[in-house]
Design a protein around this ligand. Structure first.
Ligand SMILES: [Zn+2]
Ligand SMILES: [Zn+2]
Length: 226
């Protein structure tokens, strides 16, 4: 890769991290005392009609942001080249394999991260939560390819729309493929509940709750992919 290419790639990654931080800011607000009350009604970002709390999201490919969408706009804009629905499936990877050397190859300082294939960076990017929101980790192609070789399900990870989430803080470790907006929600949740140096309740409670939620609405990869 030439110096210029490397600079452009670094710039793109920096922009992506900045966007992720903005998205994380829009995540679930802190429920602590003195926090402003959450507005009871969320709205479709396209037509501004009110939407239920559990609503669909789309990626605005030009602005590179996630928009909340009502059912009508979701159907109407799904074929629009500027919009792309976020991933739909929640797949629990009950037979996922990732040994210590493979994980170490990602150089992620905590046992919690999500990985997405990105058209912006034309690579696989890993993000892990921290008190300042999402932090990016440079991923080498070799380390990702090693993971895909052990887990062919990752060959079908939908670019920009889905992410692999890994939780190695739990025993046994948990892995799932989830729609990308769920990952932004996790980043926001952790940021809003981060305590002290090690995360406190963000890590001890919010993360297990989040994965329990994924588990509850997921299907097992071993049962649907044969
Ligand atoms: Zn709408
Ligand atoms: Zn929304």
């Amino acid at each position: 890769m030439s110096n210029l290419d490397a600079m452009v790639a670094a710039r793109k990654r920096a922009e992506m991290v900045a966007r992720m931080r903005n998205l994380a800011k829009a995540g679930p607000p802190s429920r602590g005392a003195g926090a402003p009350p959450r507005s009871s009604q969320e709205r479709c970002d396209i037509c501004h009609t009110t939407v239920p709390e559990d609503h669909r999201h789309m990626l605005h490919l030009v602005d590179r942001r996630i928009v909340c969408s009502c059912e009508a706009c979701w159907a109407l804009y799904s074929g629009n080249p500027e919009y792309r629905p976020t991933g739909m499936r929640t797949l629990w990877l009950d037979q996922f394999e990732c040994d210590e050397p493979t994980w170490a190859g990602f150089r992620i300082p905590i046992g919690l991260a999500f990985f997405m294939r990105s058209t912006v960076t034309e690579s696989v990017v890993a993000f892990y939560p921290s008190p300042v929101g999402a932090t990016e980790s440079e991923l080498t192609l070799e380390s990702w390819d090693a993971l895909v070789a052990c887990n062919p399900v990752l060959e079908h990870l939908d670019t920009d729309a889905e992410a692999l989430v890994a939780n190695r803080l739990s025993d046994p470790a948990q892995y799932a493929i989830v729609p990308i907006d769920h990952c932004y929600a996790l980043v926001g949740l952790i940021k809003s509940r981060w305590e002290g140096i090690s995360g406190g309740s963000a890590i001890e409670q919010a993360v297990p709750e989040f994965f329990a939620g994924i588990r509850a609405r997921s299907v097992n990869a071993s049962e649907v992919l044969r």
